[in-house]
Design a protein around this ligand. Structure first.
Ligand code: HEC
Ligand code: HEC
Length: 209
C-alpha cells in the first residue's frame, strides 16, 4: 500500500465507512427504557445547551446508524462535549443500537425536492446530504429541519477541529462564516424534517412524516 492509499484507508475508517461488525438486531422496546434520561434534553422542543448557547439537536427522524456513530464520537472524544461524553460512556454497543432504533422513530426518506434555492456552497454537500437534507447513506446525517443554530455550531466545530472527522473537517475548512450561515438556513428549512424526540414518544415518528 502506498502511504497515500494507507492514509485514505485510515481516514475512510475514521469516517465510519468501514463495514460494521456483527451486532445483534436492535431492540427499540429496550431502547425506549434506556432513552429515558435522553428525553430530558432531546425530548424538550427548543431546549438549549448552555455556554455556548445553541439548540440541542433533534434526533427524531435521524438515521439510527448515524446516531450510533455520533454516540461513539462523544465516547472517544472525537466530539468534545462534557455532557454527551458522560452519557455515551455509560452505554454499551448494544445499548447504543437499541436507543438509536427507538429515538430515530421513522427515518426521513429522500424526497428529491428542495425548499428554496440551493446555496452555491452546498454544491459539494448534496453528494452526501442530498438537496433535501436527507443523508444518502445511513451513516450520513439527515440535516433537514435540524435547528439552524445547531447546524452552524456543528460546522464551526468541524472547521476549528473541536469536532474531529476526516470527511467533514476537509469540507468545513473551505467554508466562510457567510457560507455557514447560508448552509444552516437552507438545510434547516427543508421539509419533511427532523423532530425533537417528544414526538417519537407520543407518535413513534415525527409529526411532519
Ligand atoms: C443535558 C442534556 C442532554 C442529555 C441528558 C443528553 N443529551 Fe445528547 N446532546 C446534547 C447536546 C447539547 C448535544 C450537542 C453536542 C454537540 O455540540 O456536539 C447532544 C448531541 C447528541 C447526539 C448527536 C446528534 C447529532 O445530530 O449529531 C446524539 C446522537 C445524542 N446527543 C444522543 C443522546 C442520547 C442517546 C442521550 C441519552 C443516553 C442523550 N443524548 C442525552 C444534550 C443532551
Ligand atoms: C463525503 C460525504 C459528505 C460530504 C460531501 C459532506 N458531508 Fe457533512 N457529514 C458527513 C458525515 C459522514 C458526517 C458525520 C461526521 C461525524 O461523525 O461527526 C457529516 C456531518 C455533518 C454535519 C453534522 C450533523 C449533526 O447532526 O451533527 C453537518 C451540519 C454537515 N455534515 C453539513 C455538511 C455540509 C454543509 C456539507 C457541504 C459543505 C457537507 N456536510 C458535506 C458526510 C459528508
Amino acid at each position: 500500500m502506498t502511504s497515500r492509499s494507507a492514509w485514505l484507508a485510515v481516514s475512510l475508517t475514521i469516517a465510519g465507512f468501514a463495514l460494521p461488525g456483527p451486532a445483534a438486531a436492535a431492540d427499540a422496546a429496550r431502547g425506549e427504557k434506556l432513552a429515558y434520561t435522553c428525553q430530558g434534553c432531546h425530548g424538550i422542543p427548543n431546549y438549549k445547551n448552555a455556554y455556548p448557547i445553541y439548540s440541542v439537536p433533534k434526533l427524531g427522524g435521524q438515521h439510527a446508524a448515524y446516531l450510533v456513530i455520533a454516540l461513539k464520537g462523544y465516547a472517544s472524544t472525537e466530539r468534545a462535549h462534557p455532557t454527551m461524553l458522560s452519557q455515551a460512556t455509560t452505554l454499551s454497543e448494544q445499548d447504543m443500537q437499541d436507543i438509536a432504533a427507538y429515538l430515530s422513530g421513522q427515518e426521513l426518506k429522500p424526497t428529491g425536492k428542495s425548499v428554496g434555492t440551493l446555496p452555491k456552497a452546498a454544491q459539494t454537500c448534496v453528494a452526501c446530504h442530498g438537496p433535501d437534507g436527507v443523508g444518502i447513506l445511513p451513516e450520513y446525517p439527515n440535516l433537514a429541519g435540524q435547528h439552524e443554530d445547531y447546524i452552524r455550531h456543528a460546522l464551526a466545530a468541524y472547521r476549528s477541529g473541536q469536532r474531529k472527522n476526516a470527511v467533514m473537517g476537509g469540507m468545513a475548512t473551505a467554508l466562510t462564516d457567510e457560507d455557514i450561515r447560508e448552509l444552516a438556513r437552507y438545510y434547516s428549512s427543508q421539509r419533511p424534517g427532523l423532530c425533537s424526540t417528544d414526538e417519537i414518544r407520543q407518535l413513534g415518528k415525527c409529526k411532519g412524516l
